[in-house]
Design a protein around this ligand. Sequence first.
Ligand code: IPE
Ligand code: IPE
Ligand code: MG
Ligand code: MG
Length: 330
Amino acid sequence: VYSSNGIMKPQTATFFDLAQPQLEAVEAQMMRSFDGHHPSLDDAISHLLSSGGKRIRPTVAILAGKMLDVEMEHLILHAAAIEMLHTATLVHDDLIDGALLRRGIPTLNARWSAGATVLTGDYIFARAAHLAAQTGSLALMESFARTLMTIVNGEITQLFELEPNSLQKSYFDRIHAKTASLFEVSTEGVALIGGCDDETIETMRIFGNNIGLAFQIVDDILDFTGDQESVGKPVGSDLRQGLLTLPTLLYLEQIEDGRTLARSLREKQVDDLELEHIIQSVRTSSAVDLAIQEAERFTQQAEELLSHMPAKPEREALIEIARYVVRRDL
Ligand code: IPE
Ligand code: IPE
Ligand code: MG
Ligand code: MG
């Protein structure tokens, strides 16, 4: 379960075992090809999926579905739809960010024109919608569409936002939009297709939200503390892009003139040498631990919500995932 450095890898963690057979069916759904469509679309999808990825969202969905006794065929379609939607957002995100590496291999935009990359992303979005529609649940489709609007609104806000009143509020709005909203629909959607009562639907939505917020906080920490080799994507890039994430915000609260420095960082008016110095300072400050504690508060809330759910092995596995989310190193 533990790698040599003592940190749990998702594929070797026990929570993964309980979802393994269903995850294989999820892979098959995602890899399905469509007659008469250009082979480069299948090639792109297979390139993206075979390069790895933690499959954390479909794993959470499958475990939640087994805990709530949701019909398996629909559950698998839902989990595949979620991972496809995730994959499509990454294709577009890497193009927007100009990132050349993802899951340890070149991104589509590293090899293809922007046009071909955008279209392939669109195709994968449509495949996600197609999978979700096959569940026959209009409520799920509605939730999917709303989530995609939230994600895109979050990305646009990140591009255009002027100086916000509260940097922390802006940060939490942003990570909800870009990450937690997809975890929300992963878990809420399970309860929707399972025809669960309103209280269960809401509990599962908030569970997903909490896991998602913690997951993104840790992603933002790894941008400071991780190494490209194990994370599989460029690190140290958030501050260089003028993006202030939780470790930076907590660091800025600890120093004099933090507000002024925040403005310079957002406006990218800090030279490379000073930037390296600031990145190093954040990395070695107590802000990293404080950010981890913040993430732990969300996963603790997530764990508490599960106490209202059926006591099954899958519930314990979801608790394990919540703990994994804050301890992961990739
Ligand atoms: C990457 O998500 C984008 C974020 C929301 C942080 P993951 O870390 O789940 O990416 P993969 O699917 O495992 O590559
Ligand atoms: C992730 O955003 C993409 C979306 C969830 C839309 P980031 O740009 O922060 O994630 P990485 O670091 O590229 O995975
Ligand atoms: Mg990115
Ligand atoms: Mg990031």
